[in-house]
Design a protein around this ligand. Structure first.
Ligand code: SF4
Length: 580
């Protein structure tokens, strides 16, 4: 099954801003923290906020304490005043685009205009907008509603920001001929327009459309309506559990889109479930192959194979020879650390990859045994290579083990960071550095007893590649990571800058081995290894353009690059035997 994801699927600017403001609130503002009404129409996000102790306050209490956040939909002005008067510190997370509509209404209401809001009477945004119109506010849910309103001397027409664009166009056409003196404002958010336009294009390219989002979410319902109006089978689901996988397994191409209040991790969960749908119907080798592929990823055996491949290429780049022990050390160390990381700090997996979280929960013991055995095996082999490699691996293993533990003294960050993991961006850099040390530095230390320019060149190349891989996965997991408070590099830098940095580093990695080979710092393998960062760049750009979707296949493809590096190394070695 081919799955196409709409580029506009997921949080819109206003919702993302509101969610981030709420998640940051416990650190920035006095507690307890609550939101005035549900932050967004998404039960899963609301459940998560409740777990974090962020509650929902449905009405203005006689007295309150702590901080209250106004959600992206906005509220009537008297509600804001009432909350402040009750004793709350009020943080306004109203979307700037909703504030624009509130301002239009407020200014016109002050000049005696009637305000007609085209929207759902009970929607919180409409209730908030009506509050700015004072006595002269009216709501019309349809053209018929509008036609039944009295003719006003002075009036404006505005739309709820998530209104159906087709309906609003019809209203504007009618108003232009019947009430031409009314001022009409285009207030439908372009995020909504783009979503509705894109779902039409998407439906034309696929056999069925899945719309992900809260059942109470107005904008999700409208996207679903637009999808259905195209005549293609459309499914509205809140979670992956609601997918009718048996029915969906018959379609060759499925489009996935989502409402403005649907987090990326929820879309990813649906995509992962869809990805597995065809394998419900097939039997035999294809099903076995899928399970084998998923098993390799879940157990981290594939990542470990990648470490072996990268280690082999790095050693060939430096002209080293004892591949087997060093390759094994790299594989066992990476296997052990990745397993331990998922076993001890996998809370983000609950959102980013629940299948993985379940797997680690279910097979906790055998995976822990595998992690310990891997770590001990790596140390045993390193011991045979000499005290320096052994000491280095021991330090790295201890650092890896303590990554999720509260070990940082209070003076390091004034008590803000307790674990190495809490240091912003640490995960991306530390993983890259650890891989670089086991694949480039350790083999050189044990074979030559020194670190020369050839090793430094290989170190930069391996660290850069693993940085690219890890930063890319961090980008895919951004929203889930943010929800559990993980400050990965993309969260610190922002998705756009992180993507730019990632692409720039891959471009530099294409140039680097060519340069070091030309300067004689690396073997001629460097000329062939440009394939690896170039191919990673293609994968990342394809993902950015919506040609690849997040899920097991993308993960497998990305991890395969390091194995490919090893294969290129083997082929190069076979071709250049006797001519290094
Ligand atoms: S849909 Fe538009 S107006 Fe509404 S919250 Fe999102 S960005 Fe703001």
């Amino acid at each position: 099954m081919k799955i196409l994801i709409a580029k506009t699927a997921g949080f819109c600017m206003g919702v993302r801003r509101a969610v981030e403001m709420v998640l940051e609130a416990p650190e920035k503002h006095e507690g307890p923290i609550c939101t005035y009404g549900p932050l967004i129409h998404n039960p899963q996000v609301l459940g998560l906020l409740a777990e974090k102790g962020i509650t929902v306050c449905d009405r203005i209490p006689p007295s309150g304490r702590g901080t209250i956040l106004i959600r992206a939909h906005g509220v009537p002005p008297d509600a804001k005043e009432g909350l402040a008067a009750a004793g709350f510190k009020v943080i306004d997370a109203t979307c700037p685009r909703v504030i624009r509509v509130q301002t239009i209404i407020r200014k016109h209401a002050a000049k005696g205009y009637a305000s007609i809001i085209i929207g759902d009477r009970d929607h919180p945004e409409v209730i908030g907008l009506k509050g700015y119109a004072g006595e002269n506010g009216y709501v019309a849910a349809s053209l018929e509603d509008l036609q039944q309103l009295p003719r006003f001397e002075k009036a404006i027409i505005v739309a709820q920001t998530t209104q159906n664009t087709g309906l609003y166009e019809a209203i504007k056409t009618w108003a232009a001929s019947h009430v031409p003196h009314y001022d009409i404002y285009d207030t439908i958010c372009d995020s909504t327009e783009k979503r509705q336009a894109e779902v039409q294009c998407l439906a034309a390219q696929v056999d069925a459309v899945v719309v992900v989002g809260g059942k109470e979410s107005g904008n999700t319902q409208r996207i679903y309506e637009v999808a259905r109006s195209t005549g293609k089978p459309a499914f509205h689901v809140e979670t992956e559990e609601e997918l009718d996988l048996d029915a969906l397994a018959h379609f060759l191409q499925v489009g996935v889109t989502a409402g403005a209040s649907t987090p990326n991790w929820q879309i990813k969960k649906v995509c992962r479930a869809l990805e597995s749908a065809p394998y419900r119907r097939v039997t035999g080798w294809r099903r076995t192959l899928y399970r084998f592929q998923r098993g390799l990823l879940l157990t981290n055996l594939y990542v470990a194979l990648g470490a072996g491949g990268l280690g082999y290429a790095s050693m060939q780049l430096q002209g080293l020879h004892h591949f087997l022990p060093h390759g094994l050390v790299a594989m066992l160390y990476v296997l052990s650390m990745h397993l331990l990381n998922h076993l001890t700090g996998g809370e983000a997996d609950r959102y980013n990859d629940p299948g993985r979280a379940n797997f680690y929960q279910r097979y906790k013991r055998p995976l822990a045994v595998m992690a310990v055995a891997g770590g001990a095996g790596g140390l045993g082999i390193a011991m045979g290579a000499g005290p320096l490699p052994f000491g280095l691996l021991l330090v790295m293993s201890l650092l890896g083990l303590s990554y999720n533990l509260n070990i940082l003294p209070a003076f390091v960050s004034g008590g803000r960071y307790h674990r190495i993991k809490d240091i912003p961006g640490s995960k991306t850099f530390l993983i890259a550095a650890a891989w670089g040390l086991v694949t480039a530095v350790m083999p050189a230390l044990s074979e030559n007893g020194r670190i020369g320019p050839d090793t430094l060149a290989a170190l930069v190349w391996t660290v850069g590649l693993v940085f690219g891989r890890t930063a890319f996965f961090d980008l895919l997991d951004m929203q889930g990571d943010r929800l559990v408070g993980r400050e990965t590099l993309p969260i610190v830098l922002g998705a756009k800058r992180a993507m730019e940095l990632l692409k720039l580093s891959l471009v530099l990695l294409i140039v680097l081995p060519v340069l070091t080979s030309a300067l004689g710092l690396s073997t001629s393998l460097g000329y062939f290894l440009i394939i690896i960062p170039a191919s990673m760049l293609v994968v990342i750009t394809s993902f950015e353009r919506g040609k690849l979707m997040p899920g097991a296949r993308l993960e497998f493809l990305t991890e395969s690059h390091f194995i490919l590096a090893g294969i290129i190394g083997v082929v190069w070695a076979a071709i250049t035997i006797g001519h290094p």
